[in-house]
Design a protein around this ligand. Structure first.
Ligand code: ARG
Length: 585
């Protein structure tokens, strides 16, 4: 709608320029905004105020001139001048009604497909091998996945990249430890190492305490890097075990990653030597006390000198930065990315900026390809400190999900419904996973957020259970109204009551919410949208009865259609966040 009004104003300007009523060189950025107060119409523009000075005219007279020359449009019922020179637009309720009918009739709720589909790589989740996924990876996984879903829904070619930490010197001690465990039990790897954290801890303890073990571990590092078959096999076992653990979490959380999306650090290993050599040849990297370093002018040291970023250590080892240089290059050259989105916590911002600065200087990725760091803050406990277990350890994601499920089951058990135990268990699972994900998705991702069980599982407020409940409520209206599918809906949408208009206005903003997620990587705007939509629905349902005496057939049909459009958008919107809905709860 905004775009449509913008286009109308654009046309008006060119008409007035042609007639010589406005200077030809005017090229303003036309801004159209939603109004806060319905008394001021639905949309408004300050265009006349913006142009008054350069056009040398009185703003109010100019606003009138614009309005007088505005082309006819089925969207706009009327316009009004307001204040010193604002123009307010009132949407036509017939048009609004026809939009809702179109949403009901269309599988995609009338959301358009991208005109120019892009290839978009999304880097998210990215846990480390032989470590349990922890709460930090929850944020990256669920936020990244929501953005992936929105982009795919728009019709882009999305490549999911799970940049797991599967390379580095720690593999020496991990292999040495696995070897010892296998001596006692040859099937230990197949059994899946129930606790990865413990495995990692034990390896580290042995490494620190036993010089013979440490020597063997260091030897394995060298061998692994040299491509030794035995070490590679052991390494692969560790990777596979970790992937199994992670997959269980993804499946439970309905995160759309699978093992085929893994593009870990190790994948870039064969490219690193060539990159370091090339950077040296280009004169960007220099040797400094045996290490290879790139000095970046835009980053200063404490003493004001350009900051040095090491890309190869003295002992020949490569670094996280080197890998991310190779990775960006690969995503552009091999994957043909137009956009690359990285969902990584904000502490890694400088790391990425440095890697990309080198990437750009070396000409590996053109500036026209957008490399985007979508950073997020930390998950905090109720005390405002980093979220930890009672004993101060990192919270394993599996434990968190188990607790969510227990809490949701307890909550649902208290509700008085005629659902069977099996149904209740299934619903508890959907509520629990929805609540955990939504708690994360609904917060502006750039800041830290406080994890609070009671809040996220509440049936009131901006929570998943509230939205899931709003959806089931509509399903129950349909059951009571003998509507089995959208095909049973009759008539058309006719907007009369103010609550109907508010709801319809919200419904047609669904595409804007999708765009916020896809363009800006901000799922919390979709959450806010769905929350406001549910609120508008609840008010509508209170003000506009459906199955009550005195309601005409036309009214009833129209209202049921508004219900159907709301249910469709809620289901689709939640599914774009990776959250399930259900018919009853
Ligand atoms: N494995 C890293 C971590 O757990 C995140 C990797 C993110 N992706 C990247 N291209 N650096 O912190």
């Amino acid at each position: 709608m905004k775009e449509h009004i913008q286009a109308l104003l654009e046309q008006t300007l060119s008409i007035l320029k042609q007639q010589g009523k406005l200077p030809a060189e005017l090229a303003p950025r036309i801004q159209v905004d939603r109004t806060k107060d319905k008394a001021h119409g639905d949309l408004a523009t300050n265009l006349a105020l913006l142009l008054a000075k350069p056009a040398g005219q009185n703003p109010r007279a100019l606003a009138q001139l614009l309005v007088d020359n505005l082309p006819e449009s089925e969207l706009v019922a009327k316009t009004e001048l307001a204040g010193p020179g604002f123009i307010n637009f009132f949407l036509d309720s017939n048009w609004l009604g026809s939009q809702i009918d179109a949403m009901v009739a269309d599988d995609r709720a009338n959301v358009p497909v991208a005109e120019h589909p892009q290839t978009i790589v999304v880097d998210y989740s990215a846990p480390n091998v032989a470590k349990e996924m922890h709460v930090g990876h929850l944020r990256s996984s669920v936020i990244g996945d929501a953005v992936v879903r929105a982009l795919e829904f728009q019709g882009h070619n999305v490549i999911r990249a799970n940049h797991i930490g599967d390379w580095g010197t720690q593999f020496g001690m991990l292999i040495a430890h696995l070897e010892e465990l296998e001596k006692e039990n040859p099937d230990v790897a197949d059994s899946g190492l129930s606790d990865l954290e413990q495995f990692y801890r034990e390896s580290k303890q042995k490494y620190d305490a036993d010089p013979v073990f440490a020597e063997r571990a260091r030897n394995y590092v060298v061998k692994l890097q040299g491509g030794d078959t035995y070490c590679l096999t052991m390494w692969q076992k560790l990777v596979n075990i970790t992937l199994q653990h992670n997959q269980a979490v993804y499946d439970r959380l309905n995160v759309s990653l699978t093992p085929k999306h893994v593009m870990g650090e190790s994948m870039y290993n064969p490219m690193l030597a060539g990159i370091v050599e090339d950077l040296q040849q280009q004169g960007l990297a220099v040797e400094d006390e045996g290490a290879i370093v790139v000095y970046l002018d835009e980053y200063k040291n404490k003493d004001g000198n350009p900051m040095g970023v090491i890309i190869r250590k003295k002992d020949g080892g490569y670094l996280y930065t080197t890998t991310d240089i190779a990775c960006a290059k690969y995503r552009y050259e091999q994957l043909k990315a137009d956009r690359v989105l990285y969902f990584i916590d904000s502490r890694q911002h400088q790391h990425l900026m440095q890697a990309w600065s080198i990437v750009h200087k070396a000409g590996y990725v053109p500036e026209s390809v957008s490399l985007e760091h979508h950073a997020f803050g930390m998950m905090l406990g109720k005390d405002g400190r980093p979220f930890k277990t009672r004993t101060g350890g990192t919270v394993r994601l599996v434990d968190l999900l188990d607790e969510a499920q227990e809490r949701a089951s307890a909550l649902l058990a208290k509700r008085d419904t005629d659902l069977s135990d099996a149904e209740k268990a299934e619903i508890a699972c959907r509520v629990a996973m929805g609540a955990v994900k939504y708690a994360d998705l609904s917060k502006s991702r750039t800041t830290d957020y406080i994890f609070d069980w009671d809040n996220m599982l509440s049936f009131e407020g901006n929570t998943a259970p509230y939205l899931q409940y709003a959806y089931t409520r509509i399903q129950s209206i349909f059951r009571k109204s003998d509507i089995v599918s959208d095909a049973n809906l009759q008539g058309k949408v006719i907007i009369n009551a103010p609550a109907e208009e508010v709801l319809a206005n919200k419904l047609v903003q669904f595409n804007d919410a999708i765009k916020s997620v896809a363009d800006k990587g901000l799922p919390h705007l979709m959450c806010l949208y769905l929350y406001e939509l549910s609120g508008a629905f609840m008010s509508f349902y209170e003000a506009c009865p459906i199955n009550k005496e005195g309601v005409s057939i036309e009214e009833r049909s129209s209202r049921l259609r508004l219900c159907a459009a709301t249910a469709k958008v809620l289901k689709q919107g939640l599914s774009l966040l990776g959250i399930d809905t259900m018919e009853r709860m």
